[in-house]
Design a protein around this ligand. Sequence first.
Ligand SMILES: [Mg+2]
Length: 314
Amino acid sequence: MHEFDLIARLKPLLPSNDFVVAGAGDDCAVLDLGDLGHHTLLKTDAVVEGIHFTRDADPERVGHKAIARCLSDVAAMAGQPIAAVVTLALPPGHDAGWCEALYRGLCRTAARHQVAIVGGETTTNPDRVLVNVAMVGRVPRGRAIRRSGARIGDALFVSGELGGSIAGRHLEFEPRLAEARWLASSVDVHAMIDVSDGLAGDLRHLLAASGGLGAEIRAVSLPISRTARERERTGDLAKPALLAALTDGEDFELLFAVAPSDAVRVLDGWKTMFPEVRLSCIGRITADPAVILCANTGIKPMPRGGYEHFHGTP
Ligand SMILES: [Mg+2]
């Protein structure tokens, strides 16, 4: 069963209560715990050996990734991360030095973002390492940026570069916390999500959450990473660079929608604040629920995911 089908089946079973502002279905849950100035964000995420990292990966970088994934989700709500707990599931007899290195990477990234590690759990798992991080953050009350607020005509932006992260960036990415909080304080961001499953997939999540809107994406505006281009050129990559940018996962960049009248202000301000991080306006939100890719060779439907073939080169 596909991950999202499973989530759809489980979601109706979830109990709620008066503290819940937003439950499952966004980058973080939003809770009202009575803090008059803030809402609380809650997130959990796991990395599994053989899925999110290989056995020979540098454990410090695995630790970084394990916590940075949660940080990226807090960023996607324009939040401030505060504290985390870590669950480590290890095969029997696993090397203690490896775990120490994992924690060094994890704690270094946590400290860099002023996140406290306040506990955890260690357990066994037959043949693979699993690292779970659960995180609490906060956001000014009522100011969490949801996936659901995109409006027809909005300009769509994406930070950084997309595609080919499997070559190494998936272990090294920097969560866009400062960028997201700057955005939230400078402009009315209608909707935001972090790109973890690939732009094509995460854009669809944002559009579905926003009431079934569509989008037009300009192929020429997509920030295709140099890695994806090089891997296409040298034949290392099974798919063209454009398809990699649309469907590769684990970019952990921000995808967001703002009113078209704010687009220039966002671009100019971003360039001043974060000159080292690219920001691209990649298209716009449409009333027509289709998601289409506009290239100079014509218009085609956006590919759905990494396993689908994309016919022709746009
Ligand atoms: Mg996310």
